[in-house]
Unconditional design. Sequence first.
Length: 190
Amino acid sequence: MRVFMDFEASGLTQNSYPVEVAWVFEDERQESHLIRPAPGWTAWSASGEETHGISRTTLDKSGEPVGAVARRMVETLSGHDLFASAPAWDGKWLGDLLEAGGFPRNALTLRDTEVAQAEIIAETLGIDLATAPRDPGEELPMAVETIMVLASMEERRPHHHRALDDAQEERRQWIRVREMAEKQKGRLAG
């Protein structure tokens, strides 16, 4: 099953660390966790705090231990397809969290949400992405690319910079893409 994830972090540097994680399954099951910083996680950005509104004091008092969050993630998310809109950053924070929680950095891996969108369009339209004919220089078959572009042009809700809100928005965008593909399939069949 597809799962849409998001992290909020202490900042946007190599030393930053995750402060909140949330995920939403395609069937709408969801979880969100504030993360108490692990020992040695000290980099803190005032602008990061201003963006997500989570203070270091809140994390120290209300955050869950890193090991507990990492364990919950591995138990709940193993075997599922995990997606994030910024897999480089989110993947870094996922790896940091897993490692600090005693798991291998690659116990869970993320792919770009755009991959989930392309896959559901192709699945709905009956296109095999591995064998679909493409024009030279084209990354995706035209039908898939067209729906993705049209969906990206639709109004999206603003990012709240809280992990659960942003993960929910990634799922909503995936649903919009799927619905657009279903309409296209209906037009082609009619």
